[in-house]
Design a protein around this ligand. Sequence first.
Ligand SMILES: Nc1ncnc2c1ncn2[C@@H]1O[C@H](COP(=O)(O)OP(=O)(O)O)[C@@H](O)[C@H]1O
Ligand SMILES: [Mg+2]
Length: 354
Amino acid sequence: MFEGFNKTKKRKLDNTESSSSALHQSKPWVEKYRPKQLDDITAQGHAVSVLKKTLQSANLPHMLFYGPPGTGKTSTILALAKELYGPELMKSRILELNASDERGISIVREKVKNFARLTVSKPSKNDLENYPCPPYKIIILDEADSMTADAQSALRRTMETYSGVTRFCLICNYVTRIIDPLASRCSKFRFKPLDATNSIGRLEYVAREESVQYDDDVMKCILDISEGDLRRAITLLQSASKRILYTGEKQVTSASVKELAGVIPDDVFQVVIDKVSKNDVNETIEYVNEFIKSGWSAASVINQLHDYYITNDEFNSDFKNKVSLILFEMDSKLANGTNEHIQLLNLLVKISQI
Ligand SMILES: Nc1ncnc2c1ncn2[C@@H]1O[C@H](COP(=O)(O)OP(=O)(O)O)[C@@H](O)[C@H]1O
Ligand SMILES: [Mg+2]
């Protein structure tokens, strides 16, 4: 594998990266290591065991999967479909639409409805012998919480009318954004954020398969940064392992992972804290100018200030409450697209004046 990596490096340096094997090597690891069967899905024991039971009876309800990103929702329904139909029949029995597809009301009326009303294709003899091949199709609406309420309403009738030949699987992060009449027609499956043991197991597996060398504390560092989102964790591992090809380091270090993830290094962060405690507005203004110029994002400051203040026993609850409110306010302002520079200044000055 290392040989392979070295070849990639040379090719990149030669500027001829378009060969097909280079493309193959750069396949995102999240796709390459997407669980292929239900048994490979970690940490979602409840959802997986219920789904496995439905596999035996091959009688599936409409389903609603919800939970934070990168916890296995899409992988689970794809694995389930594969186990129900096998890789061949799956192609004609599954319609998968995600947020990048237009899913306004007209699409629901046309594309979804047309697929829903189709009679099911006949399985081949081979498929029948190896898979349950139940007599219905599955329509997967990934990221369903980004569908308008109108489109969701339109879906309601389709769901009812064609339930004889079609099952729906809605996937979303926020279950509250699915209108009640839809949610109440589905069996709900909650996907939990992955805990450290489970994620580390999966990450170490990927690292082993790809022969990535890494320091002892790297996995923990990746997990802290990705907060239960395994997609983010695997992507970070892949970027970090690509990076050492160029920097010449022997193995992935937590410092390089942090840098890739945009985490502000301890020494820089310490200066931020010092400025806050000093409470000199002019100095803070000057410092924020420099800080923004060196490319750190205000969002990272908010995250790290949060960890610093909230987990630190030196500060009393009253102080922590006030800091939280300020951080919350800044976070929502930034999410609405206000100017980073001004918000960061505002944030530091406000905290120093508590
Ligand atoms: N529970 C899990 N078990 C194993 N791998 C997982 C799990 N959750 C996420 N992953 C990994 O993260 C990637 C993204 O998972 P995905 O199913 O697309 O998440 P979601 O749809 O919940 O955002 C997958 O390719 C897989 O490698
Ligand atoms: Mg998904």
